[in-house]
Design a protein around this ligand. Structure first.
Ligand code: SF4
Length: 351
């Protein structure tokens, strides 16, 4: 029986992974469930550094602090010292903060779902998806640089990065299987790291060569295209889409940006400061206490000097609830001059 294309892509990649998976110290043996602590630790370390460098650090950390509770109980200075050489100390601080939250608020167990993971210090969209998939086998879509390259080539996406990111996420999501999602995510990463390499992809041994549009078009090594030779820095933040029932219909909270600075004085969906550290804690800038849920795709907007990536979360408060800002009826939003980046948030939040 011939499988539909998506299922065949999934089956072929998983079969390839079963034969060619990389052995990594944080990876569970075939058929075993990975330790969420180990997955989290490795993912945070890997955000800055190569697999080869991380291996040593990872093993030292795990030996010294075998569980998240041990790490939470360690003095911050010890953690920073052990981290020395990995750079980006904000990550080590967040690592320690996150361990404390998991130990104190989650009884030493990482939550399994992406939104709850995203609420932890230092865990951004990618890391939340990676932990959910790899440690808990949730069907989360994990897109790192390797996956971006593989997916761009599989579908011959000619739009340059970073504009192509939403399409890449969508395409990657469409082939994420319900079962073995963790293996699938790691398989895509391994494929990108060992076969679908940046300069000389080894299409002859690729399990997806039969389906790969870039290979068929002879442009594999040229993809993904990148827009700028000189990359713009990326800043990150969170946007909080907060609704309530108003006297005349649904309302959303807006507020005015400070006069000084970018988009000065313009209306915005309340957001955290836009910073270069993608693991910065945005939650402390939430305009109200609410049950927040993450919206799937981040809003990407390119300003002259930087690219902005905003994680959008949606929440709701009761009818009379107070929050700093202006409650605007959803059907009156058009009366407000929102800058483009904000209209993108509106579109994303309202689906
Ligand atoms: Fe990458 Fe080649 Fe495989 Fe396409 S066929 S996914 S370009 S290695």
């Amino acid at each position: 029986m011939t499988l539909p294309k998506t299922q065949r892509l999934q089956a072929d990649l998983l079969a390839w992974y079963d034969r060619h998976r990389r052995v990594l110290p944080w990876r569970a043996a075939p058929g075993e469930r990975a330790d969420p602590y180990a997955v989290w630790l490795s993912e945070i370390m890997l955000q800055q550094t190569t697999v080869a460098t991380v291996k040593n650090y990872f093993e030292r950390f795990l030996q010294r602090w075998p569980t998240v509770k041990h790490l939470a109980a360690a003095p911050l200075d010890d953690v920073l010292t052990e981290w020395a050489g990995l750079g980006y100390y904000a990550r080590a601080r967040n690592l320690h903060k996150c361990a404390a939250v998991v130990a104190e608020q989650h009884g030493g167990r990482f939550p399994a779902d992406e939104a709850a993971l995203l609420a932890l210090p230092g865990i951004g969209r990618y890391t939340a998806a990676a932990i959910a998939a790899i440690a808990f086998d949730r069907p989360a879509t994990v897109v790192d640089g390797n996956v971006e390259r593989v997916v761009s080539r599989l579908h011959a996406i000619e739009t340059p990065l970073p504009e192509s990111k939403p399409e890449i996420w969508r395409r990657a999501g469409a082939i994420t299987p319900e079962k073995r999602a963790g293996d699938f995510a790691q398989a895509m990463m391994d494929l990108g790291a060992t076969v679908c390499t940046p300069r000389n992809p080894l299409c002859m041994v690729c399990p997806w060569s039969w389906a790969c549009e870039a290979r068929a078009a002879g442009v594999a090594a040229e993809l993904p295209r990148k827009k700028d030779k000189k990359p713009r820095p990326t800043r990150y933040g969170m946007a909080f889409w907060l609704e309530r029932d108003g006297p005349a219909g649904r309302e959303v909270l807006l507020r005015r940006r400070p006069e000084e600075g970018l988009l000065g004085g313009m209306m915005e969906v309340p957001s955290s400061p836009w910073v270069e550290d993608d693991a910065a804690d945005g939650w402390s800038h939430a305009p109200a206490q609410a049950e927040w849920t993450a919206v799937d795709e981040p809003v990407v907007h390119v300003f002259t000097h930087f690219r902005l990536e905003l994680d959008v979360v949606r929440g709701e408060v009761s009818a009379g609830a107070k929050a700093e800002g202006i409650w605007v009826r959803l059907d009156r939003l058009a009366d407000y001059a929102l800058p483009t980046v904000m209209t993108k948030i509106v579109k994303t939040a309202m689906g």
